[in-house]
Design a protein around this ligand. Sequence first.
Ligand code: FES
Length: 72
Amino acid sequence: MRIDRCVCHNVSFEDLRRHATACGDASFRELQKKFGCGTTCGLCAPYVKQMLRTGQTVFTQIVTARDEAQRS
Ligand code: FES
């Protein structure tokens, strides 16, 4: 399974990463505000957080809020 976007708002993690980089490392909250990611079902939130931390934009494993909470 390829996981590469917030499906609720149809925005790819790559587009989010590009925006975050262009804005000088935008925060998760800033991406939420601009793109809506993580504001509907919330399932993309841990992926977006991991993307901000690692730069990874395509995932093949399930990432949960618990996985990212342990790193915050
Ligand atoms: S997948 Fe991003 S809010 Fe639902």
